[in-house]
Write a new protein. Structure first.
Length: 384
């Protein structure tokens, strides 16, 4: 089949969890024997890879958008659309899709691209929606934790509109692909589409090489995002005081600088270019997730690398076969005890980590191939 893959950010550089997941889906669709053209915004003006159609470069994160963010907000308020959809809406984007149409299948990657839904059947007779998260629930959670009344009102509006949009996507798509069984249950309730929870794999892990252990405990994530920052704040406020003061604790990722000054042995490293190297340099990875949806790529990568891991149950969402070197802890005292136990445990056998990663990758490719086979051109598409 000819597949048009409409996403927010061209995923080839894989600089965020969303881009890593999108790239995995694109590879799996190609591996299943289909021709894929990827549409999206580049993070900069660098040359885009073959098989992609870049839009003019624009700021992806609102904090870097300057006055454009006010234009997007005004457009969202005027049209009744979610802000996160208005942010990626573009007549040029739609024009370039129409020039490539008709295809056999349109993939709407992220609910943020749901603004394409009214034109979906002009682009292709079949529609797959990839729901990376339950976006409505995420924005509702952000509204709960913010102290700014105006921001709370905007986030509640976003949650409400995204809830309506997710329902429309679930009702008009042929299939919805989610990253966890929890999100699958949400979309099962919303519409008539066939919903599949896809076992997203970890990124390919480079061949093993020795890395000096520079930290006893590591944390990795995009901490500039409110939902993730709440988890880091819980770690700093509730778990960190329960840990021995001689332990070296490093926090990596955008926004991790907030950890600096919280304690003499707690260090925020900022953005790291090579997250796999970071995972190999810590004794145990802490995943103090307190809110969220979808799946966390850092969890998959840590398991594939063979780094011991302590996570809240929520941080293990989307992982149906948890290895023995991964511990789950719900409360702060339990989390601290589990970290100390993991540090005292022997190293993880690389063969166990490799076997887990390879099995998940095989299951992911098989699930994508099987789902696409059900969308043969001879089958009746869902009603628009």
């Amino acid at each position: 089949m000819r597949v048009l893959f409409a996403t927010t950010v061209l995923p080839h550089r894989q600089t965020s969890g969303g881009e890593i997941a999108s790239a995995a889906f694109v590879r799996a669709i190609c591996d299943a024997g289909h021709e894929v053209t990827v549409f999206g915004y580049p993070r900069n003006s660098h040359t885009s890879p073959p098989g992609s159609v870049p839009m003019p470069a624009r700021a992806i994160e609102t904090r870097n958008a300057g006055l454009s963010s006010f234009t997007w907000l005004a457009g969202a308020l005027a049209t009744g659309r979610p802000y996160v959809c208005e942010k990626f809406r573009s007549p040029l984007y739609l024009d370039r899709l129409l020039r490539a149409a008709p295809a056999d299948l349109l993939v709407i990657d992220h609910a943020q691209m749901g603004w394409l839904l009214p034109m979906a059947r002009r682009l292709a007779p079949r529609l797959v929606v990839i729901a990376h998260n339950d976006e409505a629930a995420l924005y509702a959670r952000q509204a709960e934790i913010t102290s700014n009344p105006l921001k709370r009102a905007l986030l509640r509006r976003e949650a409400r509109l995204l809830g309506h949009l997710q329902t429309a996507l679930a009702r008009r798509a042929d299939q919805v692909w989610t990253l966890s069984s929890t999100d699958k249950a949400v979309f099962d309730r919303l519409g008539t589409a066939k919903v599949h929870a896809m076992p997203l794999p970890a990124r390919p892990v480079p061949a093993f090489y020795p890395v000096p252990q520079t930290a006893d405990i590591g944390l990795l994530g995009t901490w500039s995002w409110d939902v993730n920052r709440a988890g880091l704040r819980w770690f700093i406020d509730e778990i960190y005081p329960r840990l021995p003061s001689h332990l070296r604790i490093h926090v990596a990722g955008r926004g991790s600088e907030m950890a600096n000054g919280a304690g003499p042995n707690l260090r925020g490293l900022g953005f790291v270019e090579d997250p796999v190297h970071f995972l190999r340099s810590v004794g145990v990875l802490a995943v103090p997730t307190t809110a969220g949806s979808g799946i966390q790529l850092k969890t998959l990568d840590a398991i594939a690398v063979g780094t011991r891991l302590v996570s809240t149950p929520l941080g293990l969402r989307g992982i149906d076969a948890v290895p023995v070197f991964v511990a789950s802890a719900q409360t702060a005292p339990e989390f601290a005890r589990s970290l100390l136990a993991a540090l005292a445990a022997p190293p993880v056998a690389r063969s166990a980590a490799t076997a887990w990663a390879e099995d998940r990758h095989r299951r992911f490719r098989a699930a994508i191939s099987q789902s696409l086979s059900a969308l043969s051109p001879t089958r009746q598409p869902a009603l628009a």
